[in-house]
Design a protein around this ligand. Structure first.
Ligand code: AMP
Length: 218
């Protein structure tokens, strides 16, 4: 399955994608993760990306498309993938359609996890990330680790991402409404959009997503 998971920051994309990845045996590819992986590179492009990310702004489309293209043409993504954080703009969505056509394939579905802005701000401001694996995510109140400040899975130290600070969060939510929300119509028109209410318990949202995808055993 070639899936996109969409939603405002804090909607639970990473959490749900981690479950889907195991269930469907396809890689979970995050554009933010691809950019963060550039942090150890000492190139002008890597430095530019770091600065843009720290301000909570979007990386230019051409750079983003190139980096995602390189990743989804890797062998492990041949049979499917879950894209998280990409596409975020109309040009990115169109570039992805063109790339899928080049690969002789097309998207299977777009899962939209819907939450209000208030809920998003509340969730992001409590978010904690593991220093050893950025896909291990907790929330101070709603999903705390067993031991404060320590990842349950690998013992990594938990921290708040620089772009989860209030000013960056507001900027990212505004960007979502201005640039990414219009993509919902783009995918709705193609009959690909599956909208799921994500203001529920994590397990309930997982069930609803699997049911919407028609995955057996949901
Ligand atoms: P995320 O982890 O998805 O919130 O992404 C972190 C940061 O990476 C964003 O705030 C942007 O600066 C950058 N980024 C990630 N995905 C994209 C994208 N599709 N287009 C442009 N910038 C992106």
């Amino acid at each position: 399955m070639y899936l996109i998971i969409m939603g405002v920051q804090g909607a639970g994309k990473g959490t749900q994608a981690a479950v889907l990845k195991d269930r469907l045996n396809i890689p979970h590819i995050t554009s933010g993760g691809l950019f963060r992986a550039m942090k150890d590179q000492d190139t002008p492009l890597a430095r530019q990306v770091q600065q843009i990310m720290a301000r909570g702004e979007l990386v230019p489309d051409d750079v983003t498309i190139q980096i995602v293209r390189e990743r989804i043409t890797q062998p492990d993504a041949r049979a499917g993938f879950i894209l998280d954080g990409f596409p975020r703009t109309r040009p990115q969505a169109e570039a992805l359609d063109a790339l899928m056509a080049d690969l002789g394939s097309k998207l299977s579905a777009v899962v939209y996890l819907h939450i209000s802005d208030e809920e998003a701000i509340e969730r992001i401001s409590g978010r904690l990330q593991c220093a050893l694996d950025e896909k291990h995510i907790y929330h101070r109140q709603h999903n705390p680790p067993r031991v404060e400040g320590v990842c349950d899975i690998d013992g990594g130290q938990l921290f708040t991402r620089a772009d989860d600070q209030p000013d960056s969060v507001r900027k990212r939510i505004a960007d979502f409404h201005a640039k990414t929300r219009p993509l919902l119509d783009y995918y709705r028109e193609q009959g690909l959009l599956l909208e799921v209410n994500a203001e529920k318990a994590i397990e309930q949202v997982t069930e609803d997503v699997l049911a919407a995808l028609g995955v057996a055993g949901a």
